[in-house]
Design a protein around this ligand. Structure first.
Ligand SMILES: Cc1ncc(COP(=O)(O)O)c(C=O)c1O
Length: 440
């Protein structure tokens, strides 16, 4: 999860040749300093606090929803009871049976799956990042490739590459809308190109709803991806970690609603053993720090078994397990919580976009996720990656951090991802800092 966390990477002085000589080449390969990590590290440092550090940096660069922290922490504080069994290894390293059942039940109630899930379809690890790392390790050999469309969630790079050493075969779209049916053909072209370079393509991953674009795929498009994966016999990975963070707003009168791949007649389109979904507590339950997520696959017990075999290294704490089980099993809380989640995202989106309108900053209208993809190319000295980095540094100097398009492998310089699901004061002050300084 390196790029979305404050402690990612090492500081330059720690990289002395003496220390490096004692480390493995595969370990060292992961800490090569680069400009993306440097910007993220600086953006996460010296965090703003209204009273204790008013001049600190306002972070609008992490995909987190801070709008319902009070509700989640209150629920946990009032329900958490540390039973003695929670001090043991419990049901083992892939989540308690209770939690796996509660997740299956939640998916059955909220994702409209064509078939009801049972707990054996669910493997729990300490976050979706850990799941993607384990999944890549279990379905790919080193040097194999996974297809991914640009722009894409920055964390996928480290999830797949840092340990499993799996390459990303990136897909460019030019003028084609990455969420459209037409975009599916670009994956096939990218796949052929990767194969012609001698690569073995093993999977295609979608972030659905999309990070960073904040949009949902239509069922027709999802079906086309399933057909494509089936045609080439590759795994289809659908990361649905923002499934419930979908909200109405004035920008999109007829938004594409979220549809889980599990709600499609997938058996008619693909060998179901190739279809895998991820969900987690981080985003829809505003709990990036608790570290827990679910891998869902209905027809591939051997894959669950291979993931279980390495799950000890990504075992979620019984405290996180208990917190999520308790929330998922509390129907009346859940009902009210999900209504508030939608309403607060709408409200925060409206506040943020009205400021952006006032500043004449273009953005891609969105209906999902806690972030917006905004176009700051008007503030670039030149339309280059170097100018984009320069703008990011100028903003950090001014006291606000937005995630650079470069880190999401944007095809065009000047795009940034802005997290709007933060207290109103932070969005107002953060954007004021951007507005006052970088344009001077
Ligand atoms: C699409 C996507 N998948 C996975 C993750 C990481 O989730 P977790 O906190 O469960 O590791 C993120 C976090 O930003 C994300 O945006």
């Amino acid at each position: 999860m390196e790029p979305e966390t404050p402690n990612a990477g090492l500081r330059a002085p720690e990289l002395s040749a003496k220390n490096m000589a004692k480390l493995s080449n595969r370990g060292l390969a992961n800490i090569v300093p680069d400009s993306i990590k440097a910007i993220m590290r600086a953006g996460c440092s010296n965090p703003h606090h209204p009273e204790h550090n008013p001049n600190g940096i306002i972070s609008l660069g992490v995909a987190e929803n801070r709008l319902l922290h009070a509700e989640i922490s209150e629920h946990i504080n009032s329900h958490m009871h540390v039973a003695q069994r929670m001090l043991t290894y419990g049901d083992g390293s892939v989540g308690s049976d209770v939690l796996r059942g509660a997740i299956a039940n939640f998916i059955n109630n909220h994702f409209q799956p064509v078939e009801k899930l049972g707990y054996t379809s669910v493997t729990v690890l300490n976050g979706v990042s850990a799941i993607l790392d384990a999944l890549a390790w279990c379905i790919c050999d080193e040097g194999d490739s996974i297809l991914i469309g640009r722009p894409f969630y920055v964390g996928f790079v480290s999830d797949f590459m840092n340990r499993a050493k799996v390459d990303l075969a990136t897909v460019a779209f030019g003028d084609v809308d990455p969420m459209s049916l037409a975009a599916v053909a670009n994956y096939e072209t990218a796949m052929e190109e990767a194969v012609s370079r001698g690569k073995k393509v093993k999977a295609l991953i979608l972030s659905s709803p999309h990070n960073p674009l904040g949009r949902c795929y239509t069922p027709e498009v999802l079906e086309a991806y399933l057909r494509l994966c089936s045609k080439h016999g590759i795994h289809m990975i659908s990361d649905e970690v923002y499934a419930k963070s979908v909200f109405p707003n004035k920008d999109i009168p007829n938004p594409t609603p979220f549809r889980s791949v599990l709600s499609l007649e997938y058996r008619k389109l693909i060998d179901p053993s190739l279809l895998h979904v991820q969900y987690g507590m981080s985003k829809d339950f505003c709990s990036n720090g608790l570290r827990i997520g679910a891998f869902i696959s209905t027809d591939n017990l051997p894959l669950h078994a291979t993931m279980r075999a390495i799950s000890k290294f990504a075992w979620s704490s019984s405290l996180a397990d208990s917190a999520w089980s308790s929330i998922l099993s509390d129907e009346s809380f859940l009902q009210g919580y999900l209504i508030k989640l939608t309403a607060r995202l709408t409200e925060a989106y409206d506040i943020c976009t009205s400021i952006l309108h006032g500043m004449k900053v273009p953005y891609l209208s969105a209906n999902s996720g806690p972030f917006l993809w905004i176009n700051l190319s008007g503030s670039l000295q030149q339309k280059t990656i170097e100018s984009e980095r320069d703008l990011a540094w100028r903003m950090i100097k001014a006291g606000v951090w937005l995630a650079t398009g470069e880190s999401y492998r944007s095809e065009e310089p000047g795009w940034f991802r802005l997290t709007f699901a933060v207290p109103e004061m932070e969005i107002r002050l953060g954007l004021k800092r951007y507005w006052k300084n970088p344009l001077e």
